[in-house]
Design a protein around this ligand. Structure first.
Ligand code: 5GP
Length: 358
């Protein structure tokens, strides 16, 4: 008989962080650096754990260079050729490689290319294994295979949304488990398949499972403003991955489109018709596309958005009395709310143009 879980599960929109008494004088006092030692690779990471998604419109080489200046991380999308990887490596300082991962799927072609790039670039130390459904046995087998071949590389793997599968992936060799099914800005899985899990609860539950094994989690998807990023950290995410918030910039992929004198950029899900036609020639017959395509206003240099996001996290830390990002999850109390914002003047808002925000 089908079962129903009645315990409420929450999304970012269902909660706010409760302010707490604090001795912090200013946002500038907040330290956003985190240091982690990964369970399986034993590697050490230091940086600001906000991550650009491995979508081909977000996780580009240009994005990695820009985010590296802020000690932020980029998972590079899997569609660059080996030669493109080599050319990129020759054009950037090697420290850039401390803040990026190569992405891979789990096909034989993916495996061969992964090996080829890693062989050519020994400075590449982090691998992001990404499938839409991280619950399959073949995914677990693939993680084992990669872990065996690369015992000291850090492996990110996902996506899943429940504690027992987080444990399985960590015990199979993953260091960081990506959490999120269906929350993405250009994802349609919840509509097409009816499958998903509210992201705040998924992060809370998965972080608890991972931390019990000395593993780490990355909240992936559903952050539609800097406040959501702060909430994800507050829920226990060690890393927060972002797609849509980083789209539409100079450093993002996707065609620039001019319409009635205004600039837009194309942004699409990695399983949208657009992505499947671009990378595979067509949408395979057995599957429905589970991503959408949008044109979003062009937003200029990503550095402005980075300041906005980091400023938001700093502010959340200040309000909760967290001198370091590390303290945010310990100090966070979420309050269940029925309204996030006062939308009285939303229809009259003056848009921030790229030239104004620079
Ligand atoms: P965002 O930050 O835009 O809300 O979410 C980004 C995340 O959405 C990505 O990192 C990835 O996990 C997920 N995603 C990207 N493309 C697709 C897609 O086509 N379908 C689904 N289901 N998820 C996607």
């Amino acid at each position: 008989m089908p079962r129903i879980e009645f315990e409420p599960k929450l999304d970012f929109k269902d909660v706010l962080l409760r302010p707490k008494r604090s001795t912090l004088k200013s946002r500038a006092d907040v330290d956003l650096d985190r240091e982690y030692i990964f369970r399986n690779s034993k590697a050490t990471y230091t940086g600001v754990p906000v991550v650009a998604s491995n979508m081909d419109t977000v996780g580009t080489f240009e994005m990695a260079s820009a985010l590296n200046n802020h000690k932020m991380f980029t998972t590079i999308h899997k569609h660059y050729s080996v030669d493109e990887w080599k050319a990129f490596a020759a054009s950037v300082p090697v420290e850039t490689f401390n803040n990026l991962a190569i992405s891979s799927g789990i096909s034989e072609n993916d495996w061969n290319k992964l090996n080829e790039v890693i062989k050519a670039l020994p400075q590449l130390k982090c691998i992001c294994l990404d499938v839409a459904n991280g619950y399959s046995e073949s995914f677990v087998d693939f993680i084992r295979r990669v872990r065996e071949a690369y015992p000291t590389h850090t492996i990110m793997a996902g996506n899943v949304v429940t504690g027992e599968m987080v444990e399985e992936l960590i015990l199979s060799g993953a260091d960081i488990v990506k959490v999120g099914i269906g929350p993405g800005s250009v994802c349609t899985t919840r509509k097409k398949a009816g499958v998903g899990y509210p992201q705040l609860s998924a992060v809370l539950e998965c972080a608890d499972a991972a931390h019990g094994l000395n593993g780490h989690v990355m909240s992936d998807g559903g952050c539609s403003n800097p406040g959501d990023v702060a909430k994800a950290f507050g829920a226990g995410a060690d890393f927060v991955m972002i797609g849509g918030l980083f789209a539409g910039h100079d450093q993002s992929g996707g065609d620039l489109i001019e319409h009635n004198g205004k600039k837009f950029k194309l942004f699409y899900g990695m399983s949208s018709d657009t992505a499947m036609k671009k990378h595979h020639g067509s949408v395979a017959e057995y599957r429905a596309s589970e991503g959408k395509t949008v044109t979003i206003p062009y937003r200029g240099d990503v550095n402005c958005t980075v300041q906005d996001i980091l400023g938001g996290i700093r502010s959340a830390c200040t309000y909760t009395g967290s001198k370091q990002l590390k303290e945010l999850a310990k100090r966070a109390t979420f309050i269940r709310v029925t309204q996030q914002t006062n939308d009285m003047y939303v229809p009259f808002e003056v848009p921030t143009l790229p030239s104004q925000s620079k």
